[in-house]
Structures are given as C-alpha cells and as structure tokens.
Write a protein that binds this ligand. Structure first.
Ligand SMILES: Cc1ncc(COP(=O)(O)O)c(C=O)c1O
Length: 339
C-alpha cells in the first residue's frame, strides 16, 4: 500500500507506478504497452496539438465495504469515448481494448486504490489523441490511447455540502451544433474563462445557458444540472450537454424511488419553482446547490434554506454512493468487480 494520507487527498494528480498506452498505426491498433513514464513523446505536428483532435474520459475505481475493487459503469465511458472519437474523426477505441487497458492499469496500481471509508477513490483518465502529423486541417493517420490512474479525494473537501453557482451569458462552452455533447478538450478550453471568473467571484461553477437563445439551462460547469419539484426529477434536454453517466444513473434511481423523470428544457424563470437543485457528475456524484446567482439580472435563486441539501438529493446521493461502495445491492448491475 502506497504511503499516502488517504483521508486528506485532494482532487488532483498524484503519481502512480504505471500507465498503459496503445497506438493505432498503419490502420490497426497495436498491443497494449505498460509504461512508468509520466510523459508522452509525440510529433510536434500532431493533430491533437494543432486541431484539437483530443478526447478523454473520467471514471473511478472504489474499494467496497467487502474489500473488493469496483468500477462503476465503465462500458458507458467506453461508449462515450467512441462517440467523442466519431465526432472529431478520430479512430475509436474498441470496447475490448478499453476494458483490457482499464483492468491492467487498475491491477498494476493496486497499491494506490484508496481503502474503504476514506472517501477517496482511484480516478482513471482515458485519453485519446491524434498523434500523427498533419499540416493541413485533416484528421491524423495515427492515434494514441492512454489510461493513467491517480488516487483522488472527494471533489469538494467539505463533502456533500451545498455550493453556489452563477449564470453566465457572455461566454459559451459549446456551439448549438458543435461538440458540447462529447467529451473533447475544446469544450473545456472554451469553458475556462467563465469557470475561472466564477471561482474568482466566489462561485463553485458557472451555469451555462443554451448558446443559441440564452433561455434554457445547459451545463453546470463540468457537470449536468437537475432540479426537483412536485415529485419530479427534471434535467435539461439539450443537444449541447454531455450525457452524464451519473445523471443517467440518478434518473434510474429517481424512477426506482417513485419520482417522475423529465428530460426537457428548463428556463431560467423556472429556477424559482424548484425545491432542490444540484449538479451531478463522476467527480462529486451530486453537488447540491444553495444559490444560483444571475450575473445579468442580479437575481438570486435560493435553496437549502436550512443550510443542508434537500431530502431527495440526499437520498439519491447516498443510494448512488452506497452502490459504488458495495453497501447497497447493485440491482442494476452497474459495478464491475476487478479481481
Ligand atoms: C461537461 C460535463 N458535463 C457532465 C459531466 C458529468 O458526466 P459523468 O457523470 O459521466 O461524469 C462531466 C464530467 O465528465 C463533464 O465534463
């Protein structure tokens, strides 16, 4: 077991022993390579560097209550990476290669899987880049697929604590018919100015609106948005948001709990009528929101009036985390146990 203060890990990079890599060259994927280098050596004209041919994923391995290692819904991350690859004309990583890479990197770094009860997990970061050179704007002929692993603490140190977010109208993270629905680097570069300003202004994230009409809630920074009212779990239906695997799972759990699930437009005006709102994603599962500030109108939408997350968000959070930790029966078969 690595000598790490598991309980005080941040959500950041910690070096581990190994990563895994595979090249697509001459029209086919090669063998998976094991590396202990933290750097990659690529051509200076690689398309990833010039034309943004780059996509990534994020998923976690947990030590459960029974001491076994569980990965949550990895097949969905493999599928999403394939969709991202298709969207920017990269070679898609076959599901079998994704699985082999994921299992190998977890097993090689078993000393870095945080113990049960610490709130930490082993974060896996698959990365796919156009590594071959091109000077004209064209897709590369060569690709590199990497997965590295790094132990991470909870996204918010305070744990499941309500945060404030701000609505932005002067920046967009994605165009209406662009790449907002896939996990490519360009979306994140485009979101940085709004995100950094939100932090400087005291907010955990920026709440983006649909970039065409600026009427509907789109993404909550690097997370999906949801609201609860009148026995309903409501989440935006938008062509420019990333289909979150956490959100997909929460919709199933909400349905299991007897809530009605709606995917539809949510207007800014409607924010007033929710009992609970939150952001969801792999990093934090759910970040309950206590205040949404509109930078343009100066209106504040307030939730969690007693300072705590609402009862439905709390139940959803505890259930999803309980499944990931092997504390609650995995009736939907979301976990894969790595032996
Ligand atoms: C823009 C964006 N939206 C939503 C999510 C949440 O997705 P998931 O639940 O699959 O982690 C992420 C994180 O991956 C993200 O980067």
């Amino acid at each position: 077991m690595a000598n790490i203060d598991w309980k005080n890990l941040s959500f950041g990079y910690t070096k581990t022993n190994y990563n895994v890599r595979c090249y697509f060259r001459d029209g086919k994927w090669g063998h998976l390579e094991i590396s202990s280098e933290e750097t990659i050596n690529i051509h200076m004209a690689a398309t990833a560097l010039h034309y943004g041919q780059e996509a990534f994923e994020g998923l976690k391995a947990f030590t459960g209550k029974d001491g076994q290692t569980r990965v949550f819904r990895w097949e969905e991350n493999a599928k999403r990476l394939q969709r991202s690859a298709e969207a920017i004309l990269m070679e898609a990583v076959p599901t079998a290669l994704f699985k082999e890479a994921m299992e190998t990197v977890i097993k090689l770094n078993k000393d870095y899987i945080p113990p049960y009860g610490t709130g930490s997990s082993l974060y896996l970061r698959p990365l796919l880049i156009g590594s071959g050179p091109q000077v004209g704007v064209k897709p590369a002929a060569e690709y590199l697929f990497v997965i590295f692993a790094t132990p991470v603490g909870p996204y918010f140190k305070e744990g499941f604590k309500p945060v404030d977010v701000e609505i932005v109208r002067d920046y967009d993270r994605a165009a209406p018919q662009g790449t907002g629905n896939v996990k490519v680097g360009g979306n994140y570069a485009a979101s940085l100015r709004a995100g950094v300003r939100a932090h400087e202004e005291g907010y955990a994230a920026s709440l983006f609106l649909d970039s065409k009409t600026k009427t509907y809630i789109d993404e909550a920074g690097p997370a999906n948005f949801f609201g609860i009212k009148e026995g309903k779990y409501i989440t935006p239906d938008s062509p420019s948001i990333l289909p979150s695997i956490t959100n997909m799972s929460l919709r199933t759990l909400a349905d299991d709990m007897g809530l009605k699930v709606e995917r539809r437009h949510i207007t800014v005006d409607e924010l007033d009528s929710f009992d609970e709102v939150g952001a969801c994603g792999t990093a934090a599962v759910i970040s309950p929101i206590k205040k949404i500030h509109d930078r343009n109108t100066n209106i504040n939408y307030m939730y969690c009036k007693d300072g705590h997350a609402g009862p439905i968000s709390t139940k959803l959070y505890k259930t999803l985390q309980g499944i990931q930790m092997g504390e609650i029966e995995d009736i939907h078969h979301w976990n894969t146990i790595i032996k």
